[in-house]
Design a protein around this ligand. Structure first.
Ligand code: NAD
Length: 487
């Protein structure tokens, strides 16, 4: 398989002055050597985005935008199978996940929906004529939506295509230019997008620039440069905080999609046999998802029964080689992440939680960064494993007394990204859903996801929403104009 290793700056595919290794986390083999962008490359990319934004027709030609986004869509679809294999190699995601959120789901709509919305978005609205200051004549008044300008797009490694397309589609549809910085672990899918943009679309040079780098701090140029108007970031809460601080000196807009510690709340009337074992769904992609419900809340009245069923679910998880379609769980992205997950498991034990199953590196895996599906019981919501995002295949089972107590535990978290509720009484579940402070919620297994569905967090899980009308509006500025009636 051929990988694109070059970055894209001002319409040119460039090898750069240095390169870095991209590792396959399942085999530890080198997938490719990638161009290693420097701060100087990033500066050039930002300057190109600024120039393109200010001097091309991109912001004012909706037809060009729609056409070019659909050209990119077509080009990606033509390479869908190469992209699938590439994601499995650099992300370590099970092939199973590429049929859903890793690839096929976003590829279906993350670009096409914003492209359609170019025609349907409410770009302007009229306000009633009036004479607010009593100057003696009426004015027409209108509100116009315009692009924000140059957007720094910074993405993580866990669902790189999903996050990248869900940002790129709205950024471009709304008429902005951008500089995209992929995560150091997973740059190849982004470079591929760069090549397709350069070779198969009419997107003007400089409107999209893609600068991979082994150095996280190269991304900091996007958060400090006065030429950048906005930073759209998905990643950890710690980095999000740092970005917000850095962006404050130039008063950039910040759009932050951050971490989570979501609940899976099982009400006492739920069908336990059917719902509780499915908690093992958090092992999908080795637990490396921001919205995964890793705090499981079960009533004390049915606690032992629940723990047995969770254990059964986790012990049934197929894991290993991500190219094997039977596997739900692959490796952690890196040795560092695997060690971080193992560190949390040690902390759980040290703080008094009961390790029910898993807890280590599985036997028989001498290559790859694997961790066993792991269940902790007797977890108190104050323990580290209940408060911090582990980003591994680890669940904490927490008991509660009654519905009010469950809601109180659910909301007792710095995060507020997602969650799940199960009950045989939909109205009761809905009532609880209204009390939980998170950006998305699944009730009885319902799926909220979609290019038209806003996604994001309350509290430390972020600021702003990706996708949906909200995810288009966030990439716009608002201008209000008035002119005398009769002119
Ligand atoms: P991370 O915060 O370490 O890195 C994310 C990106 O930020 C990378 O591209 C990285 O190179 C860049 N970066 C790091 N420091 C920077 C700095 N000072 N300035 C500019 N850029 C910088 O996150 P990660 O480990 O790549 O991803 C995992 C995290 O992402 C988890 O916390 C997860 O919950 C979160 N995430 C959130 C969502 C969401 O939509 N809420 C989706 C996916 C992942």
């Amino acid at each position: 398989m051929s990988h694109e290793t070059r970055m894209l700056i001002d319409g040119e595919l460039l090898s750069g002055t240095q390169e870095f290794e991209v590792l396959n986390p399942a085999t530890e083999e080198v997938v490719a050597m990638c161009a290693d962008g420097t701060a100087a490359d990033m500066d050039r990319a930002v300057a190109a985005a600024r120039r393109a934004q200010d001097s091309t027709d991109w912001a004012t030609d909706p037809g060009l935008r729609k056409r070019s986004i659909l050209q990119l869509q077509k080009a990606l679809e033509a390479e869908q199978e190469e992209l699938r294999a590439e994601l499995i190699a650099e992300v370590g995601c099970p092939v199973l996940t590429t049929y859903g959120p890793q690839l096929d789901a976003p590829l279906r709509e993350a670009l096409t929906w914003p492209a359609e919305m170019v025609d349907r978005f409410p770009w302007s609205r009229k306000l009633p004529d009036n004479d607010p200051f009593g100057v003696g004549y009426q004015s027409h008044r209108e509100v116009w939506k315009e692009p924000v300008g140059v957007v720094g797009v910074i993405v993580p490694w866990n669902f790189p295509i999903e996050v990248t397309l869900s940002k790129l589609g709205p950024v471009l549809a709304m008429g902005n230019s951008c500089v995209l910085k992929p995560a150091p672990d997973t740059p190849l899918n982004a470079n591929r997008i760069g090549r397709l943009i350069a070779e198969q679309t009419e997107i003007p040079h400089g409107i999209v620039n893609i600068v991979p780098s082994s150095d996280h701090l190269v991304g900091e140029v996007l958060t400090t440069s006065p030429l950048v108007d906005m930073v759209a970031f998905t990643g950890s809460t710690a980095t999000g905080r740092r970005i917000m601080e850095a962006a404050s000196s130039t008063l950039k807009r910040v759009f932050l999609e951050l971490g989570g510690k979501s609940v899976n709340l099982i009400l006492d009337d739920a069908d336990f046999a059917a719902t509780v074992p499915t908690a093992a769904g958090i092992c999908m992609h080795a637990g490396q998802g921001c919205a995964m419900p890793t705090r499981m809340l079960v009533p004390f009245s049915r606690y032992e029964e629940a723990v047995e069923l969770v254990k059964m679910g986790f012990e049934g998880v197929a894991y290993g080689d991500p190219t094997d379609p039977a596997n739900l769980q692959g490796p952690q992205i890196s040795a560092k992440q695997r060690d971080r997950v193992l560190g949390y498991i040690d902390k759980g034990i040290a703080e008094g939680a009961t390790l029910v199953t898993g807890g280590g590196i599985p036997s028989g895996f001498d290559k790859g960064f694997f961790v066993e599906p792991t269940v902790f019981a007797d977890v108190d919501n104050s323990m580290t494993i209940a408060r911090e995002e582990i980003f591994g295949p680890v669940i904490s089972v927490i008991g509660y007394e009654d519905d009010d107590h469950a809601v109180q535990i659910a909301n007792d978290s710095e995060y507020g990204l997602s969650g799940a509720i199960s009950s045989t009484d939909l109205e009761r579940a809905m009532g609880i859903a209204r009390r939980i402070r998170t950006g998305t919620l699944s009730i009885n297994g319902g799926m909220w996801y979609g290019a038209d569905a806003p996604f994001g967090g309350y509290k430390d899980s972020g600021i702003g929403r990706q996708c949906g009308i909200e995810g288009l509006e966030i990439f716009t500025e608002t201008k209000t104009v008035g002119w005398p009636t009769g002119t």
